[in-house]
Design a protein around this ligand. Structure first.
Ligand SMILES: Cc1ncc(COP(=O)(O)O)c(C=O)c1O
Length: 387
């Protein structure tokens, strides 16, 4: 590995005056992984000056390689995960008058795209052990208007896919998985992306893998691909001569370009060890943080294998713990505001006692590729000392 990707972000580094600092180095909660300069820059230079920077062969090649990486052949690329998720809802037939059951424990785009279709967001409560949709709560919210269930794998912990899919199949509705946090996670021995009608991945800056911005959509049904391609480009079929196309449906400017795709092609060459380190760190914390007074660890289905985008602990006096970790230079955050507290979702308000318990205790700590052995021991030691 080149110096650019060595897992040493917490080793001594020059301070602002060029001297080596002897204070504890910050361990950030998020850090962008970018492939080594020597591998990336020639490819990037080539595409930037190729005269073809919009959607072309590099995008098709990236879709093919990302599909291969996930093991799910029907893959569409987008400019963002949000665009991919919006398109998934449209492909699932969601529109005005429909209801989509979703979780409030997520980033805002998960739920804003539901409103963008004209449908109503219906909150189902979460499992207080991990912040993911609780299947019983979802089943209780099904109505004749329910068109889809939008499932988030919060922080990289797979939701209870088997039970959620059973509910969806019973009612003949689609499951759309928001796997923005869950690249590399598995459920039932298969990758996330192999289970539902639609699975979205985000390639935004701080995700496991980034193309600067980007999103992917795995579609189970190959018949979705032509419409998905039209929806992402103004409703136009790019393969047909421009003057012979007919725009029959409103489309969007959601396509990925050759520049982002080229970054993605290089990133894919380096992503496995990045994911492996997230997972190794997560498993380390699963063992090392057990039994600390005042601290609970998340729990999940036996079939789930998380990819630990960050590591979530559930703490008594959470704000005191956050302050203490901050003093010790250990990045931590709530990362997301529960979406039901935004006024744009006021019409969906309801009691969510599982979410109350999870949200009041959750704290996310660093777990990614930049957390080396010394850093993770320092984090575990800090938690063991108490707060
Ligand atoms: C859970 C979740 N869903 C959707 C998104 C949107 O993805 P993007 O930023 O790629 O549009 C994000 C984050 O950005 C997210 O965290």
């Amino acid at each position: 590995m080149s110096a650019r990707i060595r897992l040493l972000p917490n080793s001594a580094a020059p301070d602002g005056r060029g001297r080596m600092s002897n204070i504890a180095q910050q361990i950030p909660l998020f850090k962008v992984f970018m492939a080594p300069e020597a591998a990336l820059m020639p490819r990037l230079r080539d595409v930037l000056y190729s005269g073809a920077i919009s959607e072309g062969p590099p995008v098709a090649e990236f879709e093919r390689r990302f599909a291969e990486f996930i093991g799910q052949p029907q893959m569409l690329s987008f400019y963002s995960g949000t665009a991919a998720l919006h398109t998934a809802l449209l492909l699932a037939g969601v529109g005005p008058g429909d209801e989509v059951i979703s979780t409030a424990m997520t980033a805002e785009p998960t739920n804003l795209v539901i409103l963008q279709t004209g449908a109503q967001v219906v909150w189902a409560d979460v499992d207080a052990r991990n912040g993911n949709l609780a299947p019983d709560a979802v089943a209780a919210k099904i109505t004749p208007l329910t068109r889809a269930i939008l499932v988030v794998h919060y922080g990289g912990i797979p939701a209870s896919i088997a039970a959620l899919r059973a509910i969806a199949e019973r009612h003949g509705i689609a499951v759309i998985e928001d796997a923005a946090h869950a690249l590399g996670a598995r459920y039932g021995g298969k990758p996330i992306g192999a289970h539902s009608e639609y699975t979205m991945y985000s390639l935004q800056a701080i995700k496991h893998m980034t193309t600067v911005d980007g999103g992917m959509l795995a579609c189970r049904n190959p018949d979705d691909l032509p419409r998905g391609r039209r929806l992402r480009w103004f409703g136009i079929d790019r393969a047909a001569p421009r003057t012979e196309v007919d725009v029959a449906e409103v489309g969007y400017k959601y396509h990925m370009n050759n520049v982002n795709a080229t970054i993605g092609l290089v990133q894919l060459d380096y992503i496995r060890p990045v994911l492996e380190r997230h997972i190794a760190n997560g498993r380390y914390f699963d063992a090392a943080l057990r039994g600390i007074p005042g601290l609970r660890l998340c729990a999940w289905d036996a079939a789930a294998e998380p990819s630990y985008w960050f590591y979530t602990v559930l703490a008594e006096r959470r704000d005191d713990l956050a302050r203490r970790l901050g003093e010790l230079g250990i990045g931590n955050s709530l990362a997301h505001k529960r979406n039901d507290r935004h006024s744009v979702f006021a019409a969906s308000r309801c009691e969510l006692p599982g979410l109350d318990r999870f949200y009041d205790a959750m704290l996310h700590i660093p777990c990614g590729w930049w957390v080396d052995d010394a850093a993770r021991e320092r984090i575990a030691g800090a938690l063991r000392q108490g707060w």
